[in-house]
Design a protein around this ligand. Structure first.
Ligand code: CA
Length: 421
């Protein structure tokens, strides 16, 4: 599929994250500070709430769905309404649009550089998975040795844990280094201290756009997914190492999870579908993929020490995952667990096969034993105060890219006394 041309010139550049082929959904404020639903195109944001109020573009004839500053009510309308809205918006922004349409959309738009971006949807519940095989193998090797690296269930189950919706924040939100219970390997007893091994996890987040009751198939699960965001699952490795057995991560993963501000729809990613890698053990039939359900999305992470230029610390691709979001979602429902509109599924850390494609500092520095060197000479085993992390992602088409915008966060120092009142 070639670049779809828009009358908004900045959308026709091969460099923009937001060509007409993309049209991701977000929430912004500008000028009056009111939060509104918006659609990114080139260097502008279309005020979707304004278009709905004015009756110029409505997703539902009878009810306002974009008046609350979240895309949840829109998602509830379902796939037919999603497709119709996208088709109409594409038409209005394409170079064949008439003068009156262009004038109307110009009135209902702002420059992206003058807008503040907010959480694009209300997170109902949040589950994080562990579905990258290279990551699971690397971490397992460090914790248990290469013979027992993959847990015995790993090739059969997309492993996950129920995480905290309340911890999900939009890109740009600073992240405070947590305190927690930590036990040094040679210490007899744990202590309560600021995390010393604070880390990132490069992931994709899938957003559930339709509810379910009872088990769903992988195909049904794929149909339920509305779109994707970049996701950074901030992780306190020293807290995690002490607390994780037998029930998995708890406080180590509860400080914050950052997501990119634009929901890139499944529709925009359609040309980039790809299959999961070959199975190393046959899956139970309910988990088999009926078609390609992963996506070819280039991913990278930069780390910038305070006041310094960023260094790219890893490059990988979403197609490295062993399980797709649709497989994860299908597995999530096997128990009868109901899914809701606005549920967020973290993919698990996306590491590739080589060192330069590892998706966490834990892996890049091999547990702190091999610190990485940044441009400018500083080294890192884990994150330091003032560091700014940024995740980037884009699917690459012919002369255009489907970008996600950045997912950033800066580390604030731990509080001196977290119990001070
Ligand atoms: Ca994770």
């Amino acid at each position: 599929m070639p670049l779809a041309k828009s009358w908004i010139e900045s959308a026709n550049s091969a460099e923009t994250d937001f060509p007409l082929n993309n049209l991701p959904y977000g929430v912004f404020s500008a000028g009056d500070g009111e939060m509104r639903c918006g659609v990114a195109i080139g260097d502008r944001i279309i005020d979707a709430t304004g278009l709905e109020e004015a009756g110029i573009l409505r997703a539902d004839a009878d009810a306002d769905v974009l008046d609350a500053p979240f895309w949840n009510d829109f998602m509830e309308l379902g796939p037919e309404a999603w497709a119709a809205y996208r088709a109409r918006l594409t038409e209005m922004l394409s170079e064949s649009a008439d003068e009156a349409t262009r004038d109307a959309l110009t009135t209902y738009s702002v420059k992206m550089s003058e807008a503040t971006l907010h959480m694009p949807f209300r997170v109902s519940e949040y589950t994080d998975f562990y579905a990258g095989k290279h990551h699971a193998f690397n971490v397992g090797t460090m914790f248990r040795g290469p013979e027992n690296a993959l847990p015995p269930n790993w090739l059969s189950i997309p492993i996950g844990y129920n995480a905290r919706a309340s911890s999900v924040v939009v890109s740009g939100t600073p992240v405070r280094r947590p305190w927690g219970q930590i036990k040094a390997p040679d210490a007899e007893l744990p202590s309560f201290a600021p995390c010393k091994r604070f880390d990132l996890e490069l992931e994709m987040g899938a957003i559930v756009g339709q509810p379910s009751q009872g088990p769903v198939t992988v195909q049904e699960a794929d149909d339920m997914i509305f779109g994707y965001v970049l996701l950074n699952d901030w992780s306190a490795r020293d807290i995690q190492a002490w607390e994780y057995q037998p029930l998995g991560p708890f406080q180590a993963k509860a400080t914050a999870t950052s997501i990119s501000p634009w929901i890139v729809t499944k529709a925009a990613l359609e040309p980039f579908r790809t299959s999961t890698p070959p199975r190393e053990r046959p899956l139970l039939p309910y988990l088999e993929e009926p078609g390609p359900m992963l996506y070819d999305i280039d991913l990278s992470v930069t780390l910038a020490p305070k006041g310094k230029a960023p260094t790219t610390i890893t490059r990988t691709n979403y197609r490295e995952m062993y399980y797709s979001a649709a497989q994860q979602l299908a597995h999530h429902t096997t128990s009868g667990c109901p899914m809701r509109v606005g549920d967020l599924l973290g993919s698990g850390t996306i590491s590739g096969p080589v060192k330069e494609s590892r998706g966490s500092l834990l892996e890049l520095s091999w547990g702190g034993k091999e610190p990485i060197t940044l441009d400018g000479g500083e080294t890192r085993s884990f994150l330091e105060d003032g560091d700014t992390l940024a995740l980037q992602g884009a699917a690459r088409g012919d002369g255009y890219r489907i970008g996600f915008g950045e997912c950033t966060g800066t580390i604030l120092p731990a509080l001196k006394d977290p119990y001070a009142r």
